[in-house]
Ligand binder design. Sequence first.
Ligand code: AMP
Length: 181
Amino acid sequence: MTPSDTLDLRSTIRTIPDYPKPGIQFRDITTLLGNARAFRRAVDELVQPWAGSKIDKVAGIEARGFIIGGAIAHQVSAGFVPIRKKGKLPHDTVRIAYSLEYGIDEMEMHKDGVSKGERVILVDDLIATGGTAEGAVKLLQQRGAEVLAAVFIIDLPDLGGAAKIRKLGVPVRTLVQFEGH
Ligand code: AMP
């Protein structure tokens, strides 16, 4: 057994009850990121099915998707594209509205962030209802990118997000599942 086999990724994630509001179990990945072995393991495992495939870009969703996505991009020798809340990117952007638990918001990507036909992996820390990831997939596809997969450290399967993204024809990979919200 190698040392990494004994590492339980789930135990490196901290849960904060009732944050940011009552009833939400906030899954805090700062404790995973602060653990060198866990961080490396998460990055390696998220892209393992595509090891050896050509990946042009990794797209990360603000803000925790930047940390994980940046590390993945380096690992697979791909470029990195930020997907941000509206109004933060300085050059010409494409924008899409996406649904949140209550209401809607908008996210943006630079128009030249991806080119037609580029093979992209989408990254965020966690998928819940899938509204955020769905918006990001559509933004990438609108610009002609081929979304190879969407990857997340954490899945909240009861909220149905991963199933929603798979219905769009995009494979989903997650490493740790938590029940409930
Ligand atoms: P959703 O669009 O519902 O899939 O929500 C996903 C986004 O909200 C991700 O960017 C997550 O970081 C964040 N998020 C949603 N629920 C949680 C939670 N329980 N703990 C931590 N982050 C969450």
